[in-house]
Design a protein around this ligand. Structure first.
Ligand code: PLP
Length: 386
């Protein structure tokens, strides 16, 4: 059997841990195993590593260390932020505004809250996945307690105008949360400039360990305790901290900061987009200008996304159609439908997401192979007419 080297273009689903992150975490899996709550030296060393990581992560988004709460990832941070906002503002109201292209970690949390009496307004988005700030302003009611709009979309790469959203929320005295899971470590994030009250981060999207994330919550903002127990994370999330994972998260983020906004990645992404759009009846999804440096996303007419993934896999190319969470289901992506694509068009989607480890050879290989895959599937498709 011919061994095919993997061309990994699914970094928005998860990225390989960077060597820097791996080397940083290793000592805390072996000799540095202490519990950070313990007072003896091994414990103190772990505590020091934990607090140093908190400081690095805070610095990277222009926050204070005490504004960072470690969690198990983006999903938990989103849940915690939104549920906290609702619980703490119950006397004020229960109306929330969001976008229809949020990750399921936000959308399904909101669905859960709707069943418990919250009202949610889903803003519309245009064909690029951009919200309208006018519509946002018009949607604000007296009982609006939270605006949650993602920083950048995981499927189509669109970067949303969240500093403007933050300014509107601030002016109206409404809490603003943003899911920045795909943005942190890829573009500059400054919580002060964004007027964000809460912001979700995840380690494995930027080259740290899986199962680790953080929630930024602005000083003075109370969070309802997520987990009750020994009082870790300022009594917000009890449980012994994942020190090694957290150290890898901070190391990966700190390491990438000087290179943001990853111009080299954008150049490779643009080459990929330019060449792939030469395939007849292929279309870019997402915003052509305001997009994450690592995400190239497309729809191909008369091609079925899942079949495309299988053929690409046989060629050693790992890609995605829709988000990792929704692939495996045959429903078309809620994000693509919200941007106005038909079910049929949305079924032909492909996301190629790059990391700094993606090489020119990787890109060239995909540029060579993808047109063949699309042509092969179209030959078999009853929907395809030259
Ligand atoms: N939010 C966005 C935008 C994401 O892309 C993801 C991961 O796919 C998440 C939240 C969930 O993050 P995690 O896998 O760390 O729970």
């Amino acid at each position: 059997m011919e061994l095919i080297e993997i061309v990994y273009l699914d970094n928005a689903a998860t990225a390989r841990m960077t060597d820097v992150a791996f080397n940083a975490m290793l000592p805390y899996l072996t000799d540095g195993y202490g519990n950070p709550s313990a007072i003896y030296s091994v414990g103190r060393d772990a505590k020091h590593a934990l607090e140093n990581s908190r400081r690095l992560i805070a610095n990277s988004i222009n926050a204070q260390p005490e504004e960072i709460y470690f969690t198990s990832g983006g999903t938990e941070s989103d849940n915690w932020a939104i549920k906290s906002a609702v619980e703490l503002n119950i006397s004020k109201g229960s109306h929330i505004i969001t976008s229809p292209i949020e990750h399921p970690a936000v959308l399904n949390t909101l669905k859960h809250l709707e069943k418990r009496g919250c009202a949610v307004t889903y803003l519309s988005v245009d064909k690029y996945g951009q919200i309208s700030l006018d519509e946002l302003s018009r949607s604000i009611r007296n009982d609006t307690i939270l605006i949650t709009v993602m920083t950048a979309n995981n499927e189509i790469g669109t970067i949303l105008p969240i500093s403007e959203v933050g300014a509107i929320a601030k002016e109206k005295g409404i809490l603003f949360h943003t899911d920045a899971v795909q943005a942190v470590g890829h573009i500059h994030i400054d919580v002060a400039a964004l007027n964000a009250d809460m912001l979700s981060l995840s380690s494995h999207k930027l080259g740290g360990a899986k199962g680790v994330g953080a929630l930024y919550a602005k000083n003075g903002l109370r969070l309802t305790p997520l987990l009750h127990g020994g009082g870790q994370e300022r009594a917000g999330r009890s449980g012994t901290e994942n020190v090694a994972g957290i150290v890898s998260f901070a190391a990966a983020l700190d390491n990438v900061l000087p290179r943001l906004p990853l111009i080299n990645l954008s150049k490779r992404r643009d080459k990929l987009i330019h060449e792939i759009l030469k395939i007849p009846r292929s279309h870019l999804t997402g915003d052509p200008v305001n997009r994450l440096p690592g995400i190239a996303s497309f729809v191909f007419e008369a091609v079925e996304g899942e079949s495309m993934l299988l053929l690409l896999d046989q060629l050693g190319i790992c890609a995605s159609s829709g988000s990792a969470c929704s692939s495996g289901s045959l429903d078309p992506s809620h994000v693509l439908l919200a941007t106005g694509l038909s079910h049929e068009a949305a079924h032909g989607s492909l996301r190629l997401s790059l990391s700094e480890e993606t090489t020119d050879d990787d890109i060239n290989y995909v540029i060579e192979k993808l047109p063949e895959v699309v042509a092969k599937l179209r030959q078999m498709s009853p929907l395809w007419h030259e």
